[in-house]
Design a protein around this ligand. Structure first.
Ligand code: SF4
Length: 360
């Protein structure tokens, strides 16, 4: 299958990483600790980095948070984005204190004059801005004109702010156009990407708790990424931010935009399955965490159809009541006692890992 052809956007540097251009789609999340609690916030930033976040956003709701940013930025393993609302002075402090990007919603920051004032200061630090337009805070006149927070209204709002920034020659901008409605979000990003080449931060805001939010995020973000739209993603969940990163990784890996390790294929089971497949799949999923090579691994519920149904897997197992089978690319390698299946799969994975390490 051909790779997704990504839309070309202008690259923006955020600390040591690039968003846009031909850089890989980055993953971000946001801390949930009180930012001024230095040790808790740094611990969460480190955990997010460990989980795979490329950059992390922290809330800067007051001067205490803005002050602690200096120490956090100095010790963070990833670039930090300062999330600012309502008070532009906090954005100035965040710039002074090492924020690698400033996320603002111009709708609540005092309009275009404040935005250009901030951009001038950010330019001095070579720090980009994320212009985050949100359906919940659109200008009244746009809501009246478009009859509500429509995709066209979101795009018109963003274009207005971008025009102000372009007038002063400021182009280090990442744009987001978020709504909690998935179809509005998709339409807004599609519409915007026909008009401008700024890198895009994708997300469905207020998506909900872990399961429903992951699905909304996967549908919204996934549809756009499949169109080649999007340069950085945040899956917004009412759950641990680590879960946001985990889901974002799955979305990117499902679209073959990035790989983070083995891809587990498992069958839904049916009346032919003679074992409890769910616990076996869970055990394999856990086992795969130890490997980093990008291989497809299958766990199937019967030997009759399993190897054929998972032909694309480099290696796989099919469970049986007493005996299972081990297969490679759809071809049976050997029969294995059911209680030794996991062990046999691990041996195969270790062989693949050794070959990967040898560059074979
Ligand atoms: S692999 Fe076997 S058990 Fe699994 S869905 Fe296919 S036929 Fe059913």
């Amino acid at each position: 299958m051909d790779k997704i052809k990504r839309r070309v956007t202008r690259p923006v540097r955020v600390g040591g990483i690039t968003i846009g251009g031909d850089a890989p789609v980055t993953i971000q999340s946001m801390t949930t600790t009180r930012t001024e609690n230095y040790s808790a916030t740094l611990a969460q930033i480190e955990a997010l980095h460990e989980a795979g976040a490329d950059l992390v956003r922290v809330a800067v709701p007051d001067q205490g948070a803005a002050a602690i940013l200096k120490k956090l930025a100095a010790n963070s393993p990833v670039p930090l984005v300062a999330d600012i609302h309502f008070d532009i002075r906090l954005a100035y402090l965040a710039l002074d204190n090492g924020a690698a990007k400033i996320r603002i919603n111009p709708g609540n920051l005092g309009g275009r004059a404040k935005l250009t004032e901030l951009a001038r200061k950010a330019a001095g630090y070579r720090v980009p801005l994320r212009v985050g337009v949100n359906a919940g805070s659109l200008e009244k006149k746009l809501l009246e004109k478009h009859g509500g927070p429509t995709a066209a209204a979101l795009v018109e709002s963003a274009l207005g702010y971008l025009e102000a920034l372009e007038e002063i020659g400021f182009g280090d901008v990442v744009v987001s156009l978020k709504a909690s409605d998935v179809r509005t979000t998709i339409s807004a990003y599609r519409l915007f990407s026909e008009k401008k080449s700024y890198p895009l931060h994708l997300g469905v805001t207020g998506a909900g708790p872990a399961e429903a939010g992951s699905i909304k995020g996967a549908v919204g973000i996934g549809a756009l990424l499949a169109d080649g739209i999007g340069d950085t993603v945040r899956v917004s969940l009412t759950a641990s931010p680590l879960e946001e990163v985990r889901v974002a990784r799955h979305i990117l890996q499902a679209l073959d935009l990035r790989t983070f390790g083995p891809d587990l294929i498992s069958c839904p089971t049916c009346g032919r399955c003679e074992v409890e497949l769910v616990p076996l799949v869970n055990e394999v999923e856990k086992m795969l965490e130890a490997y980093s090579m990008p291989v497809k691994v299958a766990v199937m519920g019967c030997a009759v159809n399993g190897p054929g149904e998972a032909r694309e897997a480099e290696v796989g197992i099919c469970a049986g009541r007493k005996k299972g089978i081990l297969f490679r690319r759809g071809r049976v390698v050997r029969t294995v006692e059911q209680d030794r299946l996991l062990e046999a799969l691990k041996e195969e994975l270790d062989l693949l890992a050794a070959r990967e390490n040898d560059g074979a």
